[in-house]
Design a protein around this ligand. Structure first.
Ligand code: GDP
Ligand code: MG
Length: 138
């Protein structure tokens, strides 16, 4: 298994609730390495590009409104098999399927305000790292 990089983002609800530190701690304790991080407001155009796979879904407008509603904490993390492992650490998208012990299972009760985003494949990770970090990563 190769060393991979993935894009993770604490969404506006997670930043407001001050769980950024806990989320960083979970990935550091697992042995992953942070390669980029920034607290930022999200321009609408960036949010729409980020979520373009969902542009025809009924919740797309609500999703973009939410991601642009307050600062997010965007990150790039590195490690063995991190793309899949970060998804496991995040927990399922549907709140009733997010296991306790996962980030969503510990913090989220709705599908729309679910604390964290993580890339779902190597192709998404590459696309999202380029979109959010361009060449700013260390
Ligand atoms: P993720 O990769 O686990 O974040 O899930 P998806 O890529 O399927 O969806 C992106 C985000 O859209 C999710 O994290 C949710 O916040 C939101 N979302 C997904 N499905 C729904 C839905 O049915 N209703 C609403 N309101 N939001 C949704
Ligand atoms: Mg997704």
């Amino acid at each position: 298994m190769a060393i991979e990089r993935t894009f993770l983002m604490v969404k506006p609800d997670g930043v407001k609730r001050q769980v950024v530190g806990d989320i960083i701690d979970r990935f550091e304790r697992r042995g992953f390495v942070m390669r980029g991080a920034k607290l930022m407001n999200v321009p609408r155009e960036l949010a729409e590009k980020h979520y373009e796979e969902h542009k025809d879904k009924p919740f797309f407008g609500e999703l973009v409104d939410f991601i642009t509603s307050g600062p997010v904490f965007a990150m790039v993390w590195e490690g063995e098999n991190i793309i899949k492992l970060a998804r496991v650490m995040m927990g399922a998208t549907k709140p009733e399927e997010a296991q306790p012990g996962t980030i969503r299972g510990d913090y989220a009760v709705t599908i729309s305000e679910n604390v964290i985003h993580g890339s779902d494949s190597p192709a998404s990770a590459e696309r999202e790292i380029n979109l959010w970090f361009n060449n700013e990563i260390v």
